[in-house]
Write a protein that binds this ligand. Sequence first.
Ligand SMILES: Cc1cc2nc3c(=O)[nH]c(=O)nc-3n(C[C@H](O)[C@H](O)[C@H](O)COP(=O)(O)O)c2cc1C
Length: 385
Amino acid sequence: MSSQSQLFEPLQIRGVSLPNRLVISPMCQYSADDGLANDWHLAHLGKLAQGGAAVVFTEAVAVQRRGRITHGDLGIWADAQAQALAGIARFISSMGSVPAIQLAHAGRKASMQRPWHGNGPLDDSDRARGDEPWPVVGPSAIALGEGWLVPSEMTQAEIAQVVEDFAAAARRADNAGFGIAEVHAAHGYLAASFLSPISNHRTDIYGGDRAGRSRMLLETAEAVRAAWPHDKPLFVRVSAVDGAPQGWSLEDTVALAKDLKGLGVDVIDCSSGGILGSATAAKGPPPQPGFQVPYAQAVKEETGLMTQAVGFVLTPHQAEDIVAKGQADLVAIGREALDDPNWPLHAALALDADQAWEHWPVQYGWWLSRRAKVLQALRETTTTA
Ligand SMILES: Cc1cc2nc3c(=O)[nH]c(=O)nc-3n(C[C@H](O)[C@H](O)[C@H](O)COP(=O)(O)O)c2cc1C
C-alpha cells in the first residue's frame, strides 16, 4: 500500500487491535423501550460498522433506570438489556470493527424530553404520550437551570450504589461481547456534575476541592477497571472544560487524567461543555472545526495517555492531520457519520489508504471497484470526444 496515511495506521490498545484510528462517537437514538435495544439500534450501529470505523460506540447506556436521559435511552441495568445488545456487538465485530459501549448515568440531566419533543425537562405535556417525569439525583440540590428539576442530593450510600452499578454494567457489557468500555464523565451528566464546582457544592468527601469532586469518578473508574477484563481497553469521556465561569478547567482535566492513568484508564476522550445545558445542540455561535482538538492534544502531551479527539471533524484531511501531528491517537466522528455512514470508507479512498474498495464489505466493494473503472472509462471517452 503506497498511502502515507497515519489515520489508517493500526493501533494496539491492550489486547485489542484497531485497523485504523476512526471511531464512531456515542450518539443517543432515544429509540429504546425500557432500556432495551431493538431493530433500530441494530440497523443504525450495523450500518456504521459496515462503514469502516475501527471502533463503533453505542450511545450512552444507562447503568440505572433513573440514570437515563430520556425514556428512549438504552440501559444495561438488567441482564435482558445486555442480551439485546449482544447481537449488535456480534454484528459490529463481524464487520471488523470493535464494539464499544459508553456506560452512563444522566444525574440531574435525567428525565428529559427527546430532542424532537423539546429537549427540555419532562413535564405535564409529556405525560400525554406516556412519558412520565421521574425524580433526578445529583451531587447537590442544584438544578441545571431555571425550569429544570431540582435533583435530590445523593447520600454516600447512593453514590456507592452507582459505583457498584457501573461495575455490574461493565461485567454485563463484557459478557455481551463489547471490546471497549467508556465511562461517560462529560456533558454535565452525573460524573461530570460531581467534577464541576458549578454543580457540586458538597462539603463531604465527595465535594470541596478538586480531589473531593473527582472522588466519585475515580471510584467509578477503579470499580469498572476491576470488573472489566485486563486485556480490554477502558476509555473515559470528559468535558475537558465546562466553558462557564468558575467551572471545571483544562488544568483540572490534566490532573484528573493523571489519576485516571494510575487506575488503568487507557484513553481520555476529550469533549467539552454541557454543565449548563446541551453540549452538542448548544444555541451559541457555531463552533470552529476541530475546536476540541487542543484539549486532546494537551491531555496527551501532559499525561502521556492516549487521547481521542472529537467535535466538528468534517473532512478526511482534517482527521488525518490530527493523527499525523500527534494531537490525538483516535478521532471520533458523530454527525458526519449520520450524514454519511460510509465516512471512514470514503476517507480511506480520499487519503489513498484504499485504492480498490478493498476496505469495503465485499458485497459492496466487488461492485464498486468495477463501477469505478466504468466511470473512469466514461470520463476518458468524454474528454477525448
Ligand atoms: C444525535 C446525537 C446523540 C449524541 N449522544 C451522545 C451520547 O450518548 N454520549 C456522548 O458522550 N455524546 C453524545 N453526543 C455527542 C457526540 O458523541 C459528539 O461528541 C458530538 O456530536 C460532536 O461530534 P460531531 O461534531 O462529529 O458530531 C451525541 C451527539 C449527537 C449528534
